[in-house]
Ligand binder design. Sequence first.
Ligand code: MGD
Ligand code: MGD
Ligand code: MO
Length: 717
Amino acid sequence: MTELEEKIKAKIPGPDTGIEIKHSLCAICSPGHHCGVDCYVKDGKIIRVEGTPEHPYNHGHLCTKGSALRNAVYREDRINPPLRRVGQRGEGKFEPISWDEAYQTIAQKLNEVKEQYGPNSVAFLSGYCKWYRPILHRFAHVFGSVNFGTDDSTCSAAMVIANKVTAGTGAGPDMAHANTFLGWNFDGYYSAHLSVLGVQKLKERGGKVIIIDIRQTPASRNLADIFLQINPGTDGALALGMAKLIIDNGWADMDYVEKYTYGFEQYKALADQYPLDKVARITGLDPNDIYEATKLYATNGPACTNFSASALVHHINGFNSYRAIFCLTALTGNFDRAGGNVPNPATYLHKPAGFKMREHEFRSDRYPGGVERIGAERFPLWNAQFDELQGMDLLRQLEEDKPYPVRAIFALGMNAKMYPQTDDLLRAMKDKLDFFVDTDVYMTMTAKYADIVLPACTSVERSELKAYQGGYLFYTKPAIQPLYESRSDVDILCDLARLMNLDDEYLQKGYEASLDWMMEGCGLTVADLKKSDLPVKVPAAKWPAEPGKCLRDGFKTPTGKFEFYSTAIAAIDPKYGLDPLPSYYDSLADQNDEQTRENYPFYLCTGARLAHAIHSRAHETPWLRSLRPEPTCEINPEDGKRLGLKEGGSVELYSPYGSIRVKVKYTHKIKPGVIMMLHGYTEANVNLLIGRDHLDPYSGFPGFKGMRCNIRNVQEG
Ligand SMILES: Nc1nc2c(c(=O)[nH]1)N[C@H]1C(S)=C(S)[C@@H](COP(=O)(O)OP(=O)(O)OC[C@H]3O[C@@H](n4cnc5c(=O)[nH]c(N)nc54)[C@H](O)[C@@H]3O)O[C@H]1N2
Ligand SMILES: Nc1nc2c(c(=O)[nH]1)N[C@H]1C(S)=C(S)[C@@H](COP(=O)(O)OP(=O)(O)OC[C@H]3O[C@@H](n4cnc5c(=O)[nH]c(N)nc54)[C@H](O)[C@@H]3O)O[C@H]1N2
Ligand SMILES: [Mo]
């Protein structure tokens, strides 16, 4: 018996119990995580889930959501057989049909739209799941449509683009060698639990931690040496103010700046407009605290910085704020240096693992080109830098049919509640689409608008490829058979490719053949991975990433330097008014007229992460819902009392665009004037309050975390 088998056996509660432990992964949360899980299976059913102790990533740890995986798998709202709509769109009336019939209908309807309007009139959309993306993306292209889009329209892509147009690449914090950690909107306890360990180790070594957040968090409490509780949406001003302090006090690494950067003089001139007193006024911070934090960051190096896929870029000034912070890493000589921020490109599906896979080549290989993607005209920087449609322009194009009509949506896990003014989007989909198919695990509000609904299985019911840091690849095996008639998303796509006779060798052959193509050169095949029940070390992997490559070989930007002044932004038509420098403007710039200020005095921050929830997908999982049973907004007691809001009472939260009813909770963790609300609830969808045009002009991202709103009591009952 191998050591592993011994360990596994030791965990089985007694002989002859009929319980088997099967390794799988939890795909509830971010693709950057997906912890290894042990499913205890008896009679084909999962009776218990634990973290896999031998897993090289999570080493047995599980977060709140992962601990509820079993409950998520056996939810009562799982879609059972494929369904055909019989009532009105949105009504939720369906009849069961066979898979064959569902596939035939989809093939016929998509081809009809293609014939009548052209292939780009079919949009291929995905929600938060990443695992099937290269297959779906290629499917769209082979079908002939340029229109592939995902939650990247609101998540991470703004950061990716900002990185690209500044340094040609992103760069993660090198915690292991840093003396200081600048945790800008870092709260790993809620959003990435394993990331906290690195910060704890840094502290144990005597390292220092700065946390900058609008709310007090476990990170600000447990980790921070200096905590700056900043006014929301003002981070760009702080970063420019810090740049000025760094330059004026001689803390900048001028050798680095001269050798490796471009546009310093213009950047300095911009920073000069942000003296300490002005920055203190904008950010609501004490000037001494700003000074001390800046000094610590700039003089106690090497220093690394946290970057978030969402918090900052969910403001309409977020792209520039992000860039202003990013520029500090070069100003202090911490970019691409040990203990600073070190480039480490993603291996596969957002996860760096130290080797190269041909995921992007696979999906873009068949790009049909020609007509422009949705959002191309409105968001030219996005379009030039990112390989997807910008979904924040979907509603406009549905309504206006310009530059061409969109008449069908083929979606995997589409959540319309991800889109601002969701009700308008659903109305447009209802009125304008000839055909809408959605594939989901659960019967969602969005699926109720579909003409055909397909049941997808969960991660523990399928095989899936996953890369892990440290140089690992994992090909999972199903721990249980797919429930009901559900199928794996990738099998659905490849079945359809065959039925529609799409001209593509790999989609016709299936998921595993496609993966083998993407994995070529890494020294392993799917067949090799299948021999193991745990992640396998990849021979070609180099981990950890070595710093210094950009400094040695040049940056992948037009100038070959780190660009304070972005030449890629400068190349965009001036009529769009995009600034090549990371200039600061107000995050409520489009809502600052006197009347709106008066009627909507609060700053609404939506979706700041909490441990028990993730977007729309976890709210209906009973164990997780029980941790906060009612959709609840949070307000500082000073405001709550002034307005006579009763703690736990019902309130209406409203903006110029919409209103929801929720409970209210007092908290001292946020400043007066701020209201916080989680997103993703069907009965209290806060994105009804976010204006459809309240978008960052650089990225197209919605201002989810910066919107004017107001609050008032409502009668109970
Ligand atoms: N107000 C506000 N809105 C936000 C945010 C915010 O902070 N505030 N955050 C934004 C961010 S950063 C993101 S990433 C997006 C998230 O984007 P969303 O797409 O809203 O994410 P989810 O609701 O988690 O997932 C979408 C659907 O995928 C389904 N699903 C789960 N697993 C599978 C599967 O294996 N196959 C299939 N076919 N479907 C599956 C789920 O049931 C769900 O219906 O939300 C954005 N929206
Ligand atoms: N439990 C849980 N974990 C998740 C998710 C989830 O929904 N739930 N979503 C996953 C996804 S898709 C993403 S993109 C990541 C996001 O990961 P994070 O960016 O870490 O998530 P957030 O909690 O939105 O933001 C981090 C912090 O930024 C703060 N913040 C909000 N506005 C501002 C501001 O204007 N300035 C500053 N300085 N701070 C601000 C919030 O209070 C919060 O504490 O999380 C992932 N992990
Ligand atoms: Mo996200």
